[in-house]
Design a protein around this ligand. Structure first.
Ligand SMILES: [Fe+2]
Ligand SMILES: [Fe+2]
Ligand SMILES: [Fe+2]
Length: 416
């Protein structure tokens, strides 16, 4: 699988904006502004890469719709979502260089020097802060007014914002071309000629796994009810793929599909995910859009075609009674059918707010019933039954690891 880091992050950053129409495109616009500022401010190639990646992910810790909207108001302390973002990124070898930048993207310029962090990271955080505020000020304006933007930001020069960064902004804020690019579907594509930023090769397998793990946490850690779900599904799916004789490459794709199968749930506010009672019809409709939303994003990443298909069909059923497309029979690829079995198996073994996880034997009986009703592939269910102990042991181990990471993630943080 040849997947490039920027293409992966850039597409998946779009998933972070699905939660609310008010923030659509926010991450890419901020990344574009930050990249322009970083270049003018003489940041090194490495620094600009870190800044760009940090910008693509900067509000990743804003789990609820409410926190996202709050982050878009001009005066925001943003402390909690910046801290959660930092915690999500700092443990991932691929993304750790962005963690401190994200942590301080709402820290006032005048306070930055009081933190015991590398000076250049804090400088980049200041650049990200300014880029973020440019979009917060203008994203809902029909007609952009550069003079007003500069005067509003300029009033807080030295206090909230780095005067040097403001000066750099002043160099292009009046250029209509800048605003035209910012209004485009993907402003970061305007940076593609910026070779200092985009000289990158495809990700190694290890890097791809790291990116995949990061997003499984982003998807799962939003709610304690789903905290380890994707990792359990991924491990179960890989184990089944192995037993079904899929190639090593396909097994890698299967792990990605498992980690990312609920990507579209980033569009579902935590207010719905954590709702203690049954969902009403509108909430259910929001929830049921997640496979399609996830597919649109994954399919836009060059190299992830199979992953997009397998991930997005995890609620389809061989008998055609699944959703969203009611695909049936041989039109459902083996990978998709594996994903469905892995999803149901994992979900039934997990504790839910309204019931404890079922025993493996009970789960296998339910899978058998589902296979007889054409809701699951019978051959895969019998394969799973033959290997049920290994399957469950590996799932349990993967979820125990994810649970430990989840615990670390929230430790020492005040509850909301
Ligand atoms: Fe933010
Ligand atoms: Fe933001
Ligand atoms: Fe799902």
């Amino acid at each position: 699988m040849a997947v490039r880091l920027f293409e992966f992050l850039s597409s998946l950053s779009g998933a972070l904006d699905l939660m609310s129409p008010e923030v659509v495109g926010h991450h890419k616009r901020v990344a574009y502004v930050a990249a322009r500022l970083g270049k003018l401010l003489g940041a090194s190639r490495e620094e600009r890469t870190e800044l760009f990646m940090a910008a693509l992910l900067h509000d990743v810790g804003g789990f609820s719709r409410q926190s996202r909207l709050a982050a878009l108001s001009f005066e925001t302390d943003g402390g909690r979502h910046a801290e959660l973002g930092y915690r999500l990124l700092r443990t991932n070898p691929l993304l750790e260089s962005t963690a401190v930048i994200v942590r301080h993207h709402h820290t006032a310029h005048s306070r930055l020097s009081s933190f015991d962090e590398p000076e250049r990271k804090l400088f980049l955080a200041g650049v990200l802060n300014l880029a973020d505020r440019v979009d917060a000020l203008t994203c809902r304006q029909e007609k952009k007014d550069p003079a007003q933007v500069m005067s509003r930001l300029g009033q807080r020069a030295g206090e909230l914002f780095d005067p040097l960064a403001l000066e750099a902004l002043g160099q292009f804020v009046g250029d209509p071309e800048f605003w035209a690019q910012l209004a485009g579907e993907d402003p970061t594509s305007a940076l593609s000629g910026d070779t200092g930023l985009f000289q990158e090769h495809g990700m190694s397998r290890a890097q791809l796994m790291q990116a995949s793990t990061a997003f499984s946490q982003i998807i799962d850690f939003r709610s304690r009810f789903t905290a380890t779900h994707s990792r359990g599904v991924a491990e179960t799916a890989v184990c089944l793929a192995e037993k079904a004789g899929l190639s090593a490459n396909d097994q890698t794709a299967m792990r990605l599909a498992g980690d990312l199968h609920d990507l579209g749930k980033l569009a579902v506010p935590t207010e719905i995910i954590d709702k203690p009672g049954p969902l009403d019809a509108d909430e259910l409709a929001v929830m049921r859009r997640h496979p399609e939303l996830g597919e649109a994003i994954l399919a836009s990443v060059p190299g992830l075609g199979r992953v997009a298909t397998w991930a997005s069909q995890h609620h389809e059923q061989p008998g055609g009674q699944g959703y969203p497309r009611r695909i049936s029979g041989s039109e459902l690829s083996l990978g998709s059918r594996i994903m469905t079995v892995a999803d149901v198996f994992t979900a039934l073994r997990e504790d839910r707010p309204y019931r404890a996880g079922l025993t493996t034997n009970k789960v296998m009986r339910i899978l058998g019933d589902l296979a007889r009703n054409a809701a699951l592939d019978p051959e895969l269910v019998s394969l799973a039954t033959r290997h049920q102990d290994e399957l469950d042991q590996r799932r349990r181990q993967a979820q125990a690891t994810a649970a430990e990471e989840f615990h670390q993630f929230y430790s020492g943080l005040p509850a909301l």
